[in-house]
Design a protein. Structure first.
Length: 79
């Protein structure tokens, strides 16, 4: 399954009970950093080295941490 499809069909609905400010932060991280890189990728093909390379491409450590936290939450639910 494509990560973007999983996010739309499963992950976002699972976030419904989170506080609004949390959902807004997750949405921002997904839209700004995750969707363009991983949205069209089959989740089974994502490797640890792919993720490490992606995280290494960030200019700001804070953005990398937030993006990784959201991607990790998505992948944990998928697992």
């Amino acid at each position: 399954m494509l990560l973007g499809t999983f996010v739309d069909d499963v992950w976002w609905p699972s976030c419904a009970r989170l506080r609004e400010c949390t959902r807004v932060g997750y949405e921002s991280a997904y839209r700004c950093h995750i969707r363009s890189k991983w949205g069209g990728v089959d989740m089974e093909s994502i490797t640890a080295s792919d993720i490490e390379e992606w995280l290494g491409s960030f200019k700001r450590a804070g953005a990398a941490r937030k993006a990784w936290a959201v991607l990790r939450a998505i992948l944990r639910l998928a697992y």
